[in-house]
Write a protein that binds this ligand. Structure first.
Ligand code: ATP
Length: 248
C-alpha cells in the first residue's frame, strides 16, 4: 500500500491547542507534527482525553491550533478568514462521524447532495454526483429511503457517501465504525480503504486495533503528544498490545 503514495495532502506542524485559562487550562495538543500523503490512511489511537478528536478537528479546520500550522492541499488553514476556511473545508475535506449526523427529513440521496447544493452545484448535477458516491459506498439500493428506515451500517454508508461526494482530497473519520457490529464495521473500512487507494488521504481515530490494521500506519497520542508511530506491517501484535494498554 505505502509504495504508491502520492503528494502530501495534510501537514500539521508543531500544533498546540490549549483550552481555557489559568487553573482551568487544558493542553489538548502539545506540539503535534504529522503528514499524510495521497493514498495513505493514518490511524490515530490513544486513551480518552489524549487529544485525538482535537487533532482531527484542527486537521479539518473545525478548530484552530493555539500555535503551529495546518496545511491542506497547499492551503494554510490558519492564514485565511472563517468564510474562506469553511469554503476550503467543503472543497477538500470530507468528515465521517460516529453518529452519522444525517438529516432525518431528507432521503439518503438528498443527504448526500446537500453539501454540493450548499456550494451552488445545480441540483441535477448534485444528484449525479450523489448517486456516484452512493454507488461507491454500496448504497445504491437505498437512495430513496429516509434515515429512520436504514440500519446503522446503512446510515454510515450514506454518511460516508456524503463525506466522499465531490473531489475530496482529505477524509477525516472519528470512530467511523464505533456504533457498528464487526461485520458492518469491516464493510465500512473496505469502503474507506478503497477511497484512499483511489487517491485520497485519510486520518482516522479508532479505539480498535482491528480497524487500525486497515491503516498504513498508526500514531499513538498520549497527553497531547505523539508517543509512538507504527507501520501497518510492524505487527498486528504490537497494535493489539498498544490498544489493550491505551483504549479509553
Ligand atoms: N472545548 C473544550 N474546552 C475545554 N477542554 C476541552 C475542549 N475540548 C477538548 N477539551 C479537553 O482537551 C483534552 C483532549 O480532548 P479530546 O476530545 O481531543 O480527546 P480524545 O482523545 O478525543 O478523547 P476521547 O477518546 O474521550 O474522545 C481533554 O482533556 C478534553 O477534556
Amino acid at each position: 500500500m505505502t509504495a504508491d503514495l502520492g503528494p502530501v495532502v495534510l501537514t500539521i506542524t508543531d500544533a498546540h491547542r490549549t483550552h481555557g485559562r489559568g487553573a482551568h487550562e487544558v493542553h489538548a495538543l502539545r506540539g503535534v507534527s504529522l503528514q499524510v500523503r495521497a493514498g495513505e490512511l493514518v490511524a490515530v489511537m490513544g486513551p480518552s482525553g489524549s487529544g485525538k478528536s482535537t487533532l482531527l478537528n484542527i486537521a479539518g479546520g473545525l478548530d484552530t491550533p493555539t500555535s503551529g500550522s495546518v496545511t491542506v492541499s497547499g492551503n494554510n488553514l490558519g492564514g485565511v478568514n472563517n468564510a474562506r476556511r469553511a469554503q476550503l473545508r467543503r472543497a477538500h475535506i470530507g468528515y465521517v462521524f460516529q453518529d452519522y449526523n444525517l438529516v432525518p427529513a431528507l432521503t439518503a440521496r438528498e443527504n448526500v447532495s446537500l453539501p454540493l447544493e450548499f456550494d451552488g452545484v445545480r441540483p441535477h448535477l448534485a444528484r449525479i454526483d450523489a448517486l456516484a458516491a452512493l454507488a461507491e459506498t454500496g448504497a445504491l439500493d437505498i437512495t430513496e429511503l429516509f434515515p429512520d428506515q436504514l440500519s446503522g451500517g446503512q446510515q454510515q454508508r450514506v454518511a460516508i457517501a456524503r463525506a466522499l461526494v465531490g473531489p475530496r482530497q482529505l477524509i477525516l473519520a472519528d470512530e467511523p465504525t464505533g456504533a457498528l457490529d464487526s461485520v458492518a464495521g469491516e464493510e465500512i473500512m473496505q469502503v474507506l480503504r478503497a477511497r484512499i487507494d483511489g487517491g485520497a488521504a485519510g486520518l482516522m481515530v479508532t479505539h480498535d486495533a482491528r480497524y487500525a490494521a486497515w491503516a498504513d500506519r498508526t500514531v499513538f497520542l498520549r497527553d497531547g503528544r505523539i508517543t509512538d508511530s507504527t507501520g501497518a506491517l510492524a505487527s498486528a501484535e504490537s497494535l493489539l498490545a498498544g490498544a489493550a494498554g491505551q483504549a479509553g
